[in-house]
Write a new protein. Structure first.
Length: 258
């Protein structure tokens, strides 16, 4: 990567931070004071060394960056363009993590592995994903494009594109919403929608209550139909009993005439 490309990437990073953080008042403040920006630049140096098989220097630079910024990014991770770590303290990104373009992480996020195998064991975050503060995304799963992971969620399964998940373990609160390619996904701070986001557990309980009410209503209808049927049967039996003596009298008269 030439010097021109390096400075272009730096300008992209700064512009993306200003677009996603209203507290960023100037580019100079970002360069001097944002630990997420410092961690990303340190990662790029460490990643270059890692890809050229200078593993120990790469890990050492990553270690120094963690001391300074509180953000640990393994030099073997794959990270796309315009990646933004807001606040940053406690963020951990594992070796085989793959992060697309325009991804945002908040403080305390862990992209961790759940296996001791040397292969792929960390998550993949596709373009535009947002992971809220304290969330843990564990294992070689995929968080889809423009997906949102709420704060403190624990993600153990794949997340579909344009879906929001919250809770432990994480459950979807919204269904995938198809969007025209030219229309950008709305930015959701901390990956958690605040406009009456439904609780998946409460929704499940509400659904069970509604189904129980419908079943109770049906049972009441069946009981009413049963009672009505019994009443009609009783009327038929009563009429039959009234007609029975007349029938006996007719048969006795016929016998006497013979």
């Amino acid at each position: 990567m030439g010097i021109g490309a390096v400075f272009k990437r730096l300008r992209e990073d700064i512009a993306s931070i200003r677009a996603r953080d209203p507290a960023a008042k100037s580019s100079l403040a970002i360069v001097l004071c944002y630990p997420g920006f410092h961690a990303i630049q340190s990662y790029r140096v460490a990643n270059w060394l890692w890809r050229h098989r200078m593993h120990t220097p790469a890990v050492f630079i990553s270690y120094l960056a963690r001391i300074v910024t509180g953000i640990e990014i393994h030099p073997g991770a794959t990270i796309g363009r315009r990646f933004f770590i807001d606040h940053g303290t406690g963020v951990v990104i594992g070796e085989t993590s793959e992060i697309g373009d325009d991804v945002t992480l908040y403080q305390g996020v862990t992209l961790g592995g759940t296996s001791l195998n040397p292969g792929k064991r960390h998550p993949t975050l596709k373009n535009g994903a947002i992971v809220g503060a304290g969330a843990k995304v564990l294992g070689p799963l995929v968080v889809g494009e423009n997906a949102r992971v709420g704060g403190n969620a624990v993600v153990l399964k794949d997340v579909h594109d344009s879906t929001t998940v919250v809770g432990i373990p994480a459950r979807a609160t919204t269904q995938p919403q198809p969007r025209p390619v030219e229309e950008p996904a709305p930015f959701v701070a901390y990956g958690t929608p605040c406009d009456d986001a439904p609780d998946p557990v409460a929704c499940a309980i509400r659904g069970l209550m509604e189904e129980t009410a419908a079943l109770r209503h049906r049972v009441d209808q069946l009981e009413q139909e049963r009672d009505e049927a019994r009443a009609r049967l009783a009327e038929v039996n009563a009429v039959a009993l009234q007609r029975k003596p007349d029938g006996d009298r007719v048969r006795s008269e016929a016998a006497s005439s013979n």
